[in-house]
Design a protein around this ligand. Structure first.
Ligand SMILES: Cc1cc2nc3c(=O)[nH]c(=O)nc-3n(C[C@H](O)[C@H](O)[C@H](O)COP(=O)(O)O)c2cc1C
Length: 357
């Protein structure tokens, strides 16, 4: 039997298995002021058999929101509503981290009643469109964060992490991928700064490192993970010299003693091996599986030592009891991606578990 079903330490916790629910934005936070609903609590509780659940992207501040109906962790109302979610998962002895995501330059003023302009490392507009309440719209030119703005944004992350713990989360994951704010700082096109927050690999990594440090100071490094998406071309991100960028990032993050690093692997799988060697902590891998979603065969990567845990998104969407199905070798429900983003319980909480105990 694969070690995938044996417990493992993640930061200060013991996960019951090594099958992680990867973060999935589902755009159903219809509660007041971008808060989670009871339906969301049901959805996460159904999936509590995961070794670790990482929630959908959650904005640490209003300006961090990147899509309609995504939840936040910046108000008392949201903290209160998240309590139902974390309690449901804990009742079933699960572990749940909130993924904190700031969209940066790929947000849109229409998400804020037209009153706020998205921020970024530099005033460089991304090519492409963002999905808004009024359909797809062109990205806008962001307002470049000045040094004070950078410090305030870092504090927003720390404050959201404190809120997450207050809401009952076991920890937080920082989203440094998908072309969102942390990734924008890491990139060589969205970040055109010539101060200490840009330029060299170390300079471009500084924002991620300082966010991680502030959040670790706020809630404990052993409750903080960080997710990267190296070599993914997404949201108009360019990463020249990405090996240097990510190796320098890991060198700066290692001393913080974070709970884990989560790699959403891109086409450059060679880089994953280098990062695995360089990272001194626990590694969660979401393997690169072009044209398919992560399947049962990926668990072999745990036994071969390529990763400590494997994360699943699509299969977890459709299979609330995924660890059990993986252990049994299937069968698996098929995800309905037409119901991925927004909607009601259909394609959300109505995927059946396997019959029997
Ligand atoms: C509906 C959906 C929403 C997603 N939302 C997020 C997100 O909020 N944050 C994130 O880091 N990744 C997000 N992802 C990416 C997944 O976490 C994962 O890396 C990707 O789907 C590949 O894994 P899979 O083959 O198991 O689906 C999303 C994926 C899907 C399918």
């Amino acid at each position: 039997m694969s070690t995938a079903f044996e417990p493992i330490t993640i930061g200060r916790y013991t996960a019951r298995n090594r099958v992680v629910m990867a973060p999935m934005t589902r755009n159903r936070a219809y509660g007041p002021g971008a808060s989670p609903t009871r339906l969301m609590a049901t959805y996460y509780a159904q999936r509590a058999d995961a070794g670790l659940i990482i929630t959908e992207s959650t904005q640490p501040s209003p300006i961090g929101q990147g899509f309609p109906n995504t939840p936040g962790l910046h108000s008392a109302e949201q903290v209160e509503a998240w309590r139902r979610v974390t309690a449901g998962v804990h009742e079933r002895n699960g572990l749940i981290f909130a993924q904190l995501m700031h969209a940066g330059r790929v947000g849109h003023p229409s998400l804020h009643g037209g009153t706020l302009t998205p921020v970024g490392p530099s005033p460089v507009k991304a090519a492409g469109t963002v999905f808004t309440m009024d359909g797809p719209q062109e990205f806008v030119t962001p307002r470049a964060l000045d040094r004070v703005g950078i410090r305030e944004t870092i504090e927003d992350f720390a404050s959201a992490a404190r809120n997450a713990i207050e809401a009952g989360f076991d920890g937080v994951e920082l989203h440094a991928g998908s072309g969102f704010l942390l990734h924008q700082f890491l990139s060589t096109n969205a970040n055109q700064r010539d101060d200490e927050w840009g330029g060299s690999a170390r300079g471009r990594g500084r924002f991620s490192v300082e966010v991680a440090r502030a959040v670790a100071d706020a809630v404990g490094a052993d409750r903080v993970g960080l997710r990267i998406w190296p070599s993914h071309v997404y949201n108009d991100i360019v990463e020249d010299g990405h090996h240097d960028t990510y190796l320098a990032l890991l060198d700066a993050l290692n001393p913080l003693g974070l709970a884990y690093l989560h790699i959403a692997e891109g086409p450059d799988t060679e880089l994953t091996h280098r990062l695995r060697e360089r990272w001194t902590g626990t590694l969660i891998l979401n393997p690169y599986t072009p044209g398919a979603f992560t399947g049962p065969e990926s668990l072999k990567l745990i036994d071969s030592g390529a990763a400590d845990l494997i994360s699943y998104a699509s299969l977890f969407m459709a299979n609330p009891d995924l660890p059990r199905r993986l252990r049994a070798g299937g069968p698996f429900n098929t995800p309905d991606f037409s119901r991925a983003y927004g909607g009601d319980h259909k394609g959300y909480t109505d995927y059946p578990p396997l019959p029997g105990p």
